[in-house]
Structures are given as structure tokens and as C-alpha cells.
Design a protein around this ligand. Structure first.
Ligand code: 5GP
Length: 362
């Protein structure tokens, strides 16, 4: 385990509210129970259950969203989630979250995101790189970060944000999210994600909004093929997103289209197996994509909901598919090409990986 933790990793598919510590969810649940807002004993087993089907996962998210409705809690969970990823030696994190409006708490989509940013600023265990204005500054930063003489490196995590559109939303609400993302670009927002219950909502609802986002230069990632829906999967691949998540239920034709498109796939092994989207790890499409050198990145999806971590996902892939440490390190490094941050950040990450390659025993 220690080796896998010490290996630098990139996390490109992590939902904020799915990555909350179990201990924090239980604490928040107890507090709301004491205030009489929920009956804690009714929800405790829902929180503690370890294997959930996909519909049960979305029920749990509805509960989590009841527990995390105020600004202070959003700030707290953001801080904790970033600290947890940094402790796992994730050096670049693209954290995604659905901006939420909650009138009873005086929360708008913007103030929700401000609470997230406050959480990034509150991180104390590691230096957080949220955004830099120019590549010049970026290279200057690289020099202060690395002590090249002895190859040591101050602990640091790059965090960029993706704003998620929930498939329950209307076109107007989705457009509000995209406009917010554009306004918050100087604060580290780099892209848009389409997620939420895959059996709800129509692709056509979101297409004009996503096209607008793309035209404006935001990078797009889509949850694609979590359930069999050939028409939608074809339409999503035709849209040419910068990445897709999951790609579990693709038929032969969609599979061919994906392979020829070279669209990078965010793979979430534990999530797919626990939700039974894929029946077992040995039949997971990771193997086919990996063997055919299709661009892929290993991700966690929801570390809290699925009780996993970045290191565990790497260990699982290595043991299930017989891939050695050096190749797993290369797999992690390859993901630098698929991040939504600028080239300056990519170069700094390459330096980080090169330093780590000299330090790690393979
Ligand atoms: P949030 O956006 O509230 O920070 O994170 C939780 C939300 O992410 C969920 O309500 C859901 O919309 C989305 N999400 C998390 N995990 C999954 C997943 O495995 N599949 C899909 N489609 N959406 C997910």
C-alpha cells in the first residue's frame, strides 16, 4: 500500500459530495438528527451500507445533499476532500461538483461555488495551487517548488474545478451553470461535466448548452454509457467531448466509434463493480482499452460512497490485470495529457513525475 500511496497520481473524475469522509457524513447526520431535521436512525444504515446498486447510489446522494446544504458545510467538505486526496499523493485533482441553489439557506449557485473556493483556501496540510495567471509565473513557480539538488519536493496539489450539470436540470439551469463557469475561469474553473442519474433527462436538453460551453473554450467531460442507451451514446461521441466517464454499456458499434475517436476515458473500477454496472473486475473494459492503448485514466468517482481511494484503484488494476508497477506509473503519467489545465501545469506535473521516477523503486 505504502508504495502505491507514494506514487504520484492524477485524479480527474471525483465528485465532491461523493468524496466526503464517512465520519463526516455520520457527524452531519447526527447533528441534523439532534436538531430534529432528520431521524438519524432511519438514515444511518443507508450511509453505512457498503454495496449499492446505481439507483441506490442516487438515493444516497439525495440524502447527502440534505446533509450538506449550508455554506459552512460545503467549505468543510471541500477542505477535507482536498486534504484526503493530497494525503494519497494525488498531485493534480480535477474536482467536480454541481452548483446548487437553496433559497432556504440563502444559497445561489454562485455562493455555493464561493463556499467551495473558501474550502480550497482553508486547506492547511498541503500547498494548493488553484490558479495562476500566466505561464511566466508558472515557470517561476516551478523553480521555487523543486530542490533539484537532492530531488526533494515540497508537498503540493494542483486543484482545478469542473462544474457539473445534473441530468435533472432544465436547459436554463444548465446554462446558468455554464455562465457561472465562464465567470469563474480566473478562479480555477476549467470545464463542465454532465452527470446525475443516467436514466433521467434527455441529451437534447443539454446539447445546446454544452455546445455553447465548448465554443467558449471550456473543456467538456460527459458521463457516457452508464446504462445501455445506444442513441445517446452515439450522440455523445459525435459531440466529441474532451473526455468521457465510465463507458460501461457500449455496444460493438459504439465501441468502434469510441476507439477511433481516441477520446480519453475516465475509468472508475470500484464504482462500476459496486454499482454492478460491470459484473466483475476481470470482465471490465479497462483491459481492452489498456491493451489497445486507448487513452485512459484511473479515477475514484466517489471515494466516500464507494469506500475507495486513488491508491486502491491503482492496486486493484495492477492485481486484476497483472500490470507491473512501472507500467502503472506510466499509466498515471500518461494522464497528464488529458488534464484540462494549461500547458504550464502539464510541464510542472511532468517534472514532478520525473523526480518521483528517480525516487521510487520499481
Ligand atoms: P456533487 O455534484 O453534489 O458534488 O456530487 C454528487 C453528484 O455527482 C450526484 O448527485 C450525481 O449527480 C453526480 N454523481 C456522482 N457519482 C455519480 C456516478 O457514478 N454517476 C453519475 N451519473 N453521476 C454521479
Amino acid at each position: 500500500m505504502e508504495w502505491w500511496v507514494s506514487m504520484p497520481k492524477l485524479e480527474l473524475h471525483a465528485h465532491l459530495n461523493g468524496s466526503i469522509r464517512n465520519s463526516t457524513i455520520l457527524e452531519l447526520g447526527r447533528e441534523l438528527g439532534e436538531k430534529g431535521i432528520i431521524v438519524f436512525s432511519d438514515v444511518e444504515h443507508v450511509i453505512l451500507k457498503s454495496d449499492r446498486s446505481l439507483p441506490e447510489v442516487f438515493k444516497l446522494f439525495d440524502l447527502i445533499h440534505v446533509l450538506t446544504t449550508d455554506h459552512e458545510t460545503v467549505t468543510r467538505i471541500t477542505k477535507e476532500v482536498v486534504e484526503d486526496f493530497a494525503a494519497e499523493n494525488v498531485v493534480y485533482l480535477e474536482l467536480r461538483t454541481t452548483p446548487k441553489r437553496n433559497d432556504s439557506k440563502g444559497m445561489s449557485k454562485r455562493s455555493y461555488m464561493e463556499a467551495v473556493l473558501e474550502g480550497l483556501r482553508a486547506v492547511s496540510t498541503v500547498e494548493v495551487d488553484i490558479f495562476r495567471d500566466s505561464e511566466v509565473e508558472c515557470h517561476a513557480n516551478a523553480h521555487t517548488l523543486y530542490d533539484t539538488k537532492n530531488g526533494t519536493q515540497r508537498k503540493k496539489i494542483y486543484v482545478r474545478l469542473l462544474l457539473s450539470i445534473d441530468r435533472r436540470e432544465t436547459t436554463e439551469a444548465a446554462m446558468e451553470t455554464v455562465k457561472l463557469a465562464l465567470e469563474m475561469r480566473h478562479l480555477g474553473v476549467v470545464g463542465i461535466d454532465l452527470s446525475g442519474n443516467p436514466v433521467i433527462g434527455e441529451w437534447q436538453t443539454f446539447l445546446p448548452v454544452l455546445e455553447f460551453a465548448k465554443e467558449q473554450g471550456l473543456s467538456i467531460t460527459l458521463h457516457c454509457g452508464e446504462v445501455p442507451n445506444p442513441k445517446e451514446i452515439h450522440a455523445m461521441l459525435d459531440f466529441l467531448p474532451a473526455r468521457i466517464g465510465h463507458a460501461c454499456c457500449l455496444g460493438e458499434e459504439e465501441w468502434r466509434k469510441l476507439k477511433s475517436s481516441k477520446i480519453p476515458v475516465e475509468i472508475c473500477l470500484t464504482s462500476n463493480i459496486k454499482t454492478e454496472t460491470i459484473s466483475s473486475v476481470d470482465v471490465h473494459h479497462f483491459a481492452d482499452l489498456y491493451n489497445s492503448k486507448h487513452p485512459i485514466v484511473l479515477c475514484t468517482d466517489d471515494t466516500g460512497v464507494f469506500s475507495t481511494s486513488s491508491s486502491r484503484e491503482y492496486i486493484l488494476a495492477s492485481s486484476a490485470f497483472g500490470i507491473h508497477k512501472r507500467e502503472m506509473f506510466q499509466l498515471a503519467r500518461n494522464a497528464i495529457d488529458f488534464i484540462f489545465a494549461d500547458d504550464g501545469v502539464k510541464r510542472e506535473l511532468e517534472v514532478m513525475f520525473d523526480l518521483a521516477a528517480g525516487r521510487l523503486e520499481f
